[in-house]
Write a protein that binds this ligand. Structure first.
Ligand code: BGC
Length: 381
């Protein structure tokens, strides 16, 4: 009797020991949940809400209704230690004062439209030129600067937030009332899934994406991150970053990420495309153009072991290496965002498609449904 008791105690102790040697933070199962709180007011006096989504592994995504932006994303490293892997501000005020689209939903048209114009059904449309001669990320007042209506969702395998916005006919020069829904789902597989949907009452162009700046180390520059992009070709640009229309082979160029490569390894090479982008700021034509979900990119941060995999239904991926960050923005926790402290992987249709008839079409017509999905999946190696 006494012996069996001590065996029992030994087994319990052994279990406890295993338990203690494991990273408590990452292994503790918690109930998936959503919490809502006030985040502040816009200059127009509208209140902005912040939603905190937590999955069963304790991974956490915070999303606000202003710009539908991902404010923070906490994921574990290989020791189970959580860090926030996206850039941004601690307060709404920070976002209102200065944000280069930190974490925001981008629309109606992600990336650039050349000369701020396009024609559709024989009619010419003029858009605000907010990037030299061109229109960037939907114009002066894109989807990153509007208030989204939020609804909490509970899904079988996680928690979600549905955001809706009605972009009126003529807003920022685009035709048609566009009704947009973006659903963020944080799954128990440590995925942040983004489902975009839209309908219109007049023919228009649509290209929606998310503009999170990632740093899988949680600090410092991103030059040691290793990146794979599942693309044999990219769309070279002119000096204004408008695609020339060509699809160019990446082979033998610094754009070749078909095999995982350190971001900083070739970024300083003498190369016309890198010079135009001041680093990487280009669209890759993904190998998968079936419209079905497939792996687009994988990023690995060697110090922390964090891995991020991006899957999408989209044909393109903008890899932007944070070249315009210059230390003039102080973000979360007083961090000064220096040159290349974050990178973006924006899933999309190709830039300037409305003026490039040979690129996959971004036209949406009445009766059609715009539908795309992107997943950012986190793990460790
Ligand atoms: C663009 C960059 C731009 C950045 C922030 C990216 O999507 O490609 O050229 O500087 O967004 O505005």
């Amino acid at each position: 009797m006494k012996q069996s008791k001590s065996v029992f105690v030994a087994i319990v102790l052994a279990f406890l020991n295993i338990g203690l040697s494991m990273p408590v933070t990452a292994s503790a199962m918690v109930n998936p949940q959503i919490k809502k709180e006030a985040f502040g007011m816009t200059s127009g006096g509208e209140s902005v809400e912040l939603y905190t989504l937590t999955n069963a592994n304790g991974m956490e995504a915070r999303i606000m209704t202003y710009g539908g932006a991902i404010v923070s994303l906490k994921v574990p490293d290989r020791a189970g230690k959580f860090a926030d892997v996206v850039l941004g501000h601690d307060t709404l005020d920070g976002y209102l004062k200065r944000s280069p689209y930190f974490g925001s939903i981008i629309g109606r048209y992600g990336n650039r439209i050349g000369r701020g114009q396009f024609s559709l059904n024989g009619k010419q449309y003029r858009l605000p030129k907010n990037n030299g001669e061109n229109t960037l990320h939907g114009g002066d007042h894109g989807f990153d600067k509007v208030l989204w209506k939020a609804k909490e969702l509970k899904s079988g395998n996680g928690v979600g937030l549905s955001l809706t916005y009605l972009s009126k006919d003529g807003e920022e020069g685009f035709p048609g009332n566009l009704s947009v829904t973006v659903i963020y789902t944080l799954t128990n597989n440590n995925e942040l899934k983004i489902d975009y949907a839209a309908t219109t009452d007049k023919a228009t162009v649509v290209n929606l994406t998310n503009h999170s700046y990632f740093n899988l180390a949680g600090q410092g520059d991103i030059l040691q991150h290793e990146l794979m992009i599942n693309a044999k070709r990219f769309t070279p640009v002119d000096s204004g970053l408008i695609p020339t229309g060509e699809l160019r082979d990446v082979q033998g160029t610094p754009m070749d990420f078909t095999r995982s490569a350190v971001i900083g390894a070739r970024i300083g090479q003498r190369d016309e495309q890198l010079a135009f982008g001041k680093g990487y700021d280009h669209n890759w034509a993904l190998n998968n153009n079936t419209g079905r979900l497939a792996l687009a990119a994988r990023v690995y941060e060697p110090r922390t072991g964090r891995v991020m995999e991006v899957s999408t239904t989209e044909p393109g991926l903008q890899f932007y290496s944070g070249n315009f960050l210059d230390g003039s923005i102080t973000g979360k926790g007083g961090q000064v965002y220096q040159h290349r402290y974050g990178f973006c992987l924006e899933t999309q249709h190709f830039p300037d498609s409305p003026n490039k008839p040979r690129f996959p079409s971004t036209v949406l017509r009445p009766g059609q449904m715009y539908k795309t999905s992107t997943i950012y999946k986190f793990s460790v190696k």
